[in-house]
Design a protein around this ligand. Structure first.
Ligand code: HEC
Ligand code: HEC
Length: 303
């Protein structure tokens, strides 16, 4: 009799355990798989995809940015994972989503990841939210105005740096293609997504694609009157039917004049023939130093 009771208890205990355990087990198992995947990433991937390095010292985008980009393109888990696996197995431009990262760092070299490892990494990157790197978190705390100005200033900095080094390297003939926003390799803080939100316009454009529209023209005129009065130019934000738009003034310095100055003075006529052959409709000459040359226009709603 006692034996029967005992075995009943054992049986009950077993069936109880069987009901409870599977879920606990899958949770444990997936937590374990995730921590394995995390360790794998740390060991094999984060030497390039560092979560802490800032944009100047990093070799590849952080997984926070990769996760965000893939989720945006593939909200469904199966597609997300397949796209990641495809890229990890064969890192080609066709499989890649992050054109800005490729422009900045070059395409990722092949990684030789085992198929089940690639699957585990993909699942981990879908299911576990990646932490935002500190410098990106700081960026988010900014107001739209500050963001617009920062994006414009970052872009200007890179543009200016490239222009200067091109001038040093091969003179103005060589530098001619370096005063073009669309030609600069992007940094993280000026990612492709962000750069879609910014353009550069002028009331006297060299490239007709950069011509100011009616509103932009009015703002340029406003800045010109401020300059005449000797006042500081500030970035500004305007609400319009198209959303809020940030305007950041662009002024000339002496360096600009070899390409945008007065013909026969700073601007060499022989060189200008070369400019004209590339930009037959050029109107961007005759500037002196410290004049308003145009605007950065930032679509704040898409930041
Ligand atoms: C030697 C440096 C290096 C290592 C190591 C490295 N990567 Fe990359 N990875 C890059 C670079 C550079 C990019 C950005 C250019 C690109 O997208 O190809 C990149 C981009 C990516 C992307 C985004 C691809 C896109 O454009 O859509 C994924 C996903 C990725 N890496 C996964 C991994 C994984 C997983 C590992 C570890 C197994 C790893 N990487 C290790 C350099 C590296
Ligand atoms: C080496 C010659 C060169 C120098 C130096 C140069 N630019 Fe340019 N700039 C150009 C060319 C070429 C374009 C047309 C780019 C394009 O196709 O978008 C241009 C376009 C621009 C535009 C866009 C509007 C337009 O006219 O198409 C602005 C604004 C501008 N430059 C401002 C400046 C400022 C400010 C400086 C000095 C800090 C400067 N540039 C120095 C050659 C130069």
């Amino acid at each position: 009799m006692r034996k029967v009771v005992l075995s009943l208890i054992v049986l009950a205990a077993i069936s109880f355990a069987c009901q409870e355990n599977p879920q606990v087990k899958t949770e444990d198992a997936s937590a374990e798989r995730h921590s394995k995947a995390q360790a794998y990433l740390k060991l094999n991937c984060q030497s390039c995809h560092s979560p802490t390095a800032d944009h100047d010292s990093r070799l590849a985008p952080p997984f926070f940015a990769i996760q965000k980009r893939y989720l945006q393109e593939y909200p469904e888990q199966a597609e997300f994972e397949q796209a990641l696996i495809d890229f990890i197995n064969t890192p080609t431009e066709e499989h890649a989503l992050m054109a800005g990262a490729i422009a900045k760092f070059g395409l990722m070299p092949p990684m030789l990841v085992e198929p089940e490892e690639a699957k585990a990494l993909a699942t981990y990157l879908y299911e576990v939210k990646q932490k935002k790197p500190q410098h990106l978190a700081e960026n988010e705390a900014k107001t739209p105005e500050q963001k617009a100005k920062q994006l414009a200033m970052n872009t200007k900095k890179v543009l200016g740096k490239n222009l200067m080094s091109a001038l040093k390297k091969g003179g103005k003939e060589h530098a001619l293609s370096f005063c073009n926003v669309r030609a600069i390799p992007l940094t993280d803080s000026m990612s492709q997504n962000l750069m879609h939100a910014i353009k550069r316009v002028s009331d006297k454009a060299r490239n007709p694609n950069n011509s100011a529209n009616y509103d932009e023209q009015a703002i340029i005129n406003y800045y010109a009157t401020l300059l005449e009065k000797g006042e500081e130019l500030q970035a500004q934000v305007v609400q319009s039917g198209k959303g809020s738009i940030g305007y950041v003034p662009i002024t000339t310095n002496p360096m600009c004049l070899q390409c945008h100055g007065s013909l026969g003075k700073e601007l060499d006529p022989t060189f200008y023939q070369q400019v004209k052959s590339l930009y037959p409709e050029d109107r961007a000459i005759g500037y002196g130093p410290g004049e308003i040359r145009g605007l950065w226009v930032v679509a704040l709603d898409s930041l």
